[in-house]
Design a protein around this ligand. Sequence first.
Ligand code: NDP
Length: 455
Amino acid sequence: MTYFMPGEKNANEMLISFMEGVTKRNPGEPEFHQAVHEFAANIFPFIEDKPIYQEMRIMERLVEPDRAIYFRVPWTDDAGNIRVNRGFRVQFNNSIGPYKGGIRFHPNVNMSVLKFLGFEQIFKNSLTGLPMGGGKGGANFNPKGKSDNEIMRFCQSFITELYRHIGSYTDVPAGDIGVGAREIGFMFGQYKRITNQFSGVLTGKGLQYGGSKLRTEATGYGAAIFLNEMMKESGRFIEGKRISISGAGNVATYAAEKILQLGAKPITLSDSSGFIHDPEGITQEKLEWVKELKQERRGQINEYVKEYPTATFHEGRPWNVPTDIAMPCATQNELSLGDANTLIKNGIIAISEGANMPCELDAVNAFKQANVLLGPAKAANAGGVGISGLEMSQNSTRVSWSNEKVEQHLNQMIERIHAQCVEHGRSENGVDYVKGANIAGFIKVADAMLAYGHV
Ligand code: NDP
C-alpha cells in the first residue's frame, strides 16, 4: 500500500492510491472492491481536513478484517453420498461491539462476497446506535431442492466447526439469503448441544426459544419506513405510489407488507426464475399466498400467474416496468446502469435498497445525477440487524418484549438513522443519503478505533 502523509494529497488522489492498494492486496474480489470504493469515495473528502484519521491509518486498518476463516463442511445427502462444501466467517471489526451479521447459504458465496457484506455491516451496525461490530459468514451451499433432513445435517456440520469462533460476547450470527427460521433452529440446536449453553449466540431464533417479536419482519418493514421518511423529507407522499420490488424472500415480502400498510401499491416481485407484474397491486392476501409458496412449498414465483391471472410472468428483473419507486430486495448488483437509465426515463422518484449493494456503482451515480432519492442499504435495511441487537438485549436480560414495544423501537431507530443521514448528507441539491450514511456510520467506529491505539 502506498502511504501518504496528511496534507500531501487531496481527497481524490488519496482515494485513487488507496483503491490501488485495496485492489492489489485483494485480487479477484470485485464485490469487496466495489463496496470499499463506494464508501471511501465519501470518506476521503470528509477526512481531508481531519489529519488524525489519516495519521492513525483508520481507512487502511478498516479494510483489513480482524480475521477471516474458511472451513470444510462435510455432510451426507439422503442417498448416502458424502458431500463437501466450504464454510466461511469474516469477523471484520469489533470496535463498538461483538461481531454481528448474517449467514448466507448460496452457491455464489465466496470470500469476496462475504468481505463486501462484512465491510458494509460495520457501518450499518454503527448507524443503528447499538453496540454491534461487523461480520458476515456463510457457505457455497445450495439449499434448493434439498430435503429438511439434508438441510439439518448441513447446518449441524456447519455449526460443528463455527461454534468455536462465535459466542454471545464474541460473534452473533443471524440469517441472510437461504438462511431463515428453519436453518437458525437447526444451527442453534446444534450449538446448544455442543456447548451445553442456552445463550443469545444466534439471532432470528423462533419465538419459543429466545427470538424477538418482529425480527422476521424488521428488515423489510425498516426499508419501507426509511423510504417513507425520505419521501416526507422531500415533501412528497408515499400513498398511492406504484412500487416495484425484486425478490420474494424475507426482505421483499415484508417490505411489500409495510408498503401496503403505508398506502402504496406493490406491483412486482421476483426470484431466480424471473418476475411477476401485477398491475392491480399485490394485496395482503396475495402476499400471504407468496409467503406460503416460498417458505412452505419452496416453489417459484411463476406459479403466481396461475393463481392470479391478471398478473404476467417475465424472465429477468422487474426494472423495465414503469413505476414510481423501486425497492431492490433480492441480491447484490441486481440493478445495472442500463436498468437505472430505464427507471429514470420512466420517471422514478425514489429507491430504497432492501438488499445489500443491489445497485451497481454506475447505477448509484446515475440516480444521484438525476436527483432520485436513494436510500442506501446500510441505512435502509438496518432495521433487521437493529432488531437482532434488541434480541440480544432481551436474551441477556431474559425477557421478551411485546410486539408494540419492539415496533416502537424499530420506528424510532429508522427515524434516527434517517436523521443521521440527513445531518451528514445534506447539500444544496437535497440529501445525499449514500454520503450521509457512510459518514455517520464511519465516525463512531473510527473514533472508537482512535481510543484503542494501534490495534
Ligand atoms: P431470502 O433467501 O429470504 O430471499 C432472497 C430472494 O432473492 C429470493 O426470492 C431469491 O430467489 C432471490 N435471489 C437471491 N439471489 C438471487 C440471484 N442471484 N438472482 C435472482 N434472484 C435472487 O433472502 P433475504 O430476503 O433474507 O435477503 C435478501 C437481501 O436482503 C440480501 O441482499 C440480504 O443480504 C439482504 N438483507 C437481509 C436481511 C435479513 O434480515 N434477512 C438483513 C439485511 C439485508 P429464489 O427464491 O429463487 O432463491
